[in-house]
Design a protein around this ligand. Structure first.
Ligand SMILES: *[C@@H]1O[C@H](CO)[C@@H](O)[C@H](O)[C@H]1NC(C)=O
Ligand SMILES: *[C@@H]1O[C@H](CO)[C@@H](O)[C@H](O)[C@H]1NC(C)=O
Ligand SMILES: *[C@@H]1O[C@H](CO)[C@@H](O)[C@H](O)[C@H]1NC(C)=O
Ligand SMILES: *[C@@H]1O[C@H](CO)[C@@H](O)[C@H](O)[C@H]1NC(C)=O
Length: 554
């Protein structure tokens, strides 16, 4: 044993060295498409998403928490009564200078001139929309000018002012002595697409309200303006309905701790509104409804095994009048709880297996001459549902299958494309728009699909207007949505999985079509990621790098 030890040690050492080399080689091979190993400053600083027009200068001004103020400009059409703006001023002041506690450290320091002491915010339209809800037609444009004599943010509506405040905060950086600094700048900005959404799924895992709010806050940092709330699905029904409380009583993971009460929903909607974000709920039917069946008797189709019910249930039962009475009452409530002009009605992935086994369904199919084509039965249901929801004065968004099955749709219906590979979704976008419908793209942006490496490149390169079609067709593309489905996601990993990967989608949907330089995007996005971290958001790194102030947990 004694004699054997040194050779054994040598062997281990040799193995360790080999392993090290192999490991390095493995890394080199794996990462050879990395744009840069070190983050370089972009000539656009840390702006994300990149504004439409930016003129940066090298004239640097200083700001201190002691003297700097964000104020209503004298010519503004709104005064201090606009709580939305006052809230935003406070929020951005804190983002720029830190919380009042941290600021104490800098209090005694005076800025060396030239100093910037205020940002004036001017709303130019007589209807500021301060108390309104944002919509797909909201004016989100703004103009920002910072120089030695003044800093002025001008926007027709409050929505543009919110975006301009975020942009202003992104212009502030620390010089080599840690002093807050901003360069003289002129920016003129507006979004390329009006609809820039993120889908979160609160059915597969319950997402506590705090998690939703933290992500709304982060959406605002990325100029995302729609929260698509996939609130219920097969696994659970956390929406507490006033009209049908038994739905969550029976269908939620827990009837008290894992539900969204009317007060919770209200809070989410108002928190989003204050950040210029629409909340569009999805109540997906007739598939994806297992959890609905627990609290609503006879809503789902009983499946049969031979000539007897098997005890399991399929999609919503489309042949009963009671189904439509229920839907009418349910969507009447939904239309009053959620102020947005649109509701998402789902309609995806309807499994016909159960319908096929049910003798009552078979009889109904014969009576209506549907033959063996169950997509006709699905269309029969959707048609009736759309008529019901149409009667509540809401518009609707539906997943692409409803269009594919040839259901007759209202002219203002939005078709949500999510299926297929690139060739297939581009063909679908062409078909949907040539039929004259507005459309949203999600296929390339399923962020729940994860892989090793920088998959944000793929998300960043996808462009929703890249398909064969006329200019008129391209105009019908109103935007897109990043989706984070919840099979493997709850409050523990939602934020790092979503950010900054969703930021790539945010820039694609906001910035000009020709903003496609991956190297420049990498540098800006790395800095933007560090800014999110500094603001307390657990956004994951893009690659090997460091932040001035690392994430320290909560
Ligand atoms: C801001 O100005 C300084 C010089 O004063 C310059 O070094 C820096 O690159 C400028 N930053 C941007 C983003 O233009
Ligand atoms: C500074 O910005 C204001 C507001 O946009 C503008 O009117 C003024 O001409 C600018 N001053 C200089 C020196 O560029
Ligand atoms: C369901 O409604 C239709 C149309 O109103 C009616 O003709 C039919 O008799 C009703 N069926 C039942 C079982 O009530
Ligand atoms: C689009 O329409 C064409 C012509 O009807 C059809 O061949 C094609 O399959 C459709 N694309 C998709 C993705 O359904």
């Amino acid at each position: 044993m004694k004699l054997a030890a040194p050779p054994l040690l040598l062997l281990l050492l040799l193995l360790a060295v080999l392993g090290f080399c192999w490991g390095r080689q493995h890394h080199d091979n794996d990462e050879d498409d990395e744009p840069e190993l070190l983050v370089q400053p972009s000539r656009f600083g840390s702006l994300w998403p990149l504004p439409q027009k930016v003129q940066l200068s090298r004239d640097a001004l200083k700001l201190t928490g002691l003297s700097f103020r964000i104020v209503d400009g004298k010519e503004s059409t709104v005064g201090a009564s606009c709580a939305l703006l006052q809230n935003a001023y406070r929020r951005y002041y804190e983002y720029i200078f830190g919380s009042p506690k941290r600021q104490g450290l800098y209090k005694s320091r005076r800025a060396a001139p030239p100093e910037l002491t205020e940002l004036q915010v001017v709303i130019t339209s007589t209807d500021s929309e301060c108390d309104a809800y944002p919509s797909v037609n909201s004016d989100e444009s703004y103009e920002l000018s910072v120089n030695r004599s003044s800093a002025i943010l001008k926007a027709p509506k409050v929505w543009g002012a919110l975006h301009g405040l975020e942009t202003f905060s992104q212009l502030v950086y620390e010089d080599e002595h840690g002093a807050k600094t901003i360069n003289a700048t002129v920016i003129s900005d507006f979004p390329r697409f009006a609809y820039r959404g993120i889908l979160l799924d609160s059915s597969r895992h319950f997402l506590p309200v705090q998690v939703l709010l933290a992500n709304l806050e982060t959406m605002a940092m990325n100029k995302i303006n729609v929260f698509h709330w996939h609130i219920v699905d097969d696994p659970s029904f956390p929406y507490l309905s006033r009209t049908f409380p038994q739905l969550s009583q029976q269908g939620a993971y827990h009837p008290y701790t894992h539900v969204y009460t009317p007060a919770d929903v209200k809070m989410v909607i108002e928190f989003a509104r204050l950040r210029g974000i629409r909340v569009i709920p999805e109540f997906d039917t007739p598939g994806h409804t297992q959890s609905w069946g627990k609290g609503q008797k006879d809503l789902l189709t009983p499946c049969y095994s031979g000539s007897t019910p098997s005890g399991s249930f399929g999609p919503v039962n489309p042949i009963l009048n009671t189904t439509y009475d229920f839907m009418k009452a349910f969507f009447k409530e939904v239309s009053t709880v959620f102020p947005d002009a649109y509701v998402h009605l789902g309609g995806d992935e309807v499994d016909f297996t159960c319908w096929r086994t049910n003798p009552d369904i078979q009889r109904f199919m014969e009576q209506h001459s549907f033959g063996k084509d169950y997509s006709k039965l699905e269309s029969f249901y959707i048609q009736k549902l759309l008529d019901i929801v149409g009667g509540t004065n809401k518009g609707y968004i539906i997943w692409q299958e409803v269009f594919d099955n040839g259901v007759k749709l209202k002219a203002d219906t939005i078709i949500h494309v999510w299926k297929g590979n690139q060739q297939q979704y581009q063909s679908e976008m062409a078909n949907v728009t040539s039929a004259g419908y507005k459309t949203l793209l999600s296929t390339p942006w399923y962020l729940n699909r994860i892989s090793y490496g920088q998959d944000w490149h793929v998300h960043y390169k996808a462009d929703p207007q890249d398909f064969t079609g006329t200019a008129e067709q391209k105009k019908l593309v109103i935007g897109g949505e990043a989706c984070l489905w919840g099979e493997y996601v709850d409050g523990t990993n939602l934020t790092p999985r979503l950010w900054p990967r969703a930021s790539a989608v945010a820039e694609r949907l906001w910035s000009a079509k020709d903003v496609t330089n991956l190297g420049d995007a990498y540098n800006r996005l790395s800095a933007h990621r560090c800014r999110m971290v500094e603001r307390g958001i657990a956004a994951e790194p893009l690659f090997v790098s460091s932040c001035p102030r690392e994430y320290r947990g909560i």
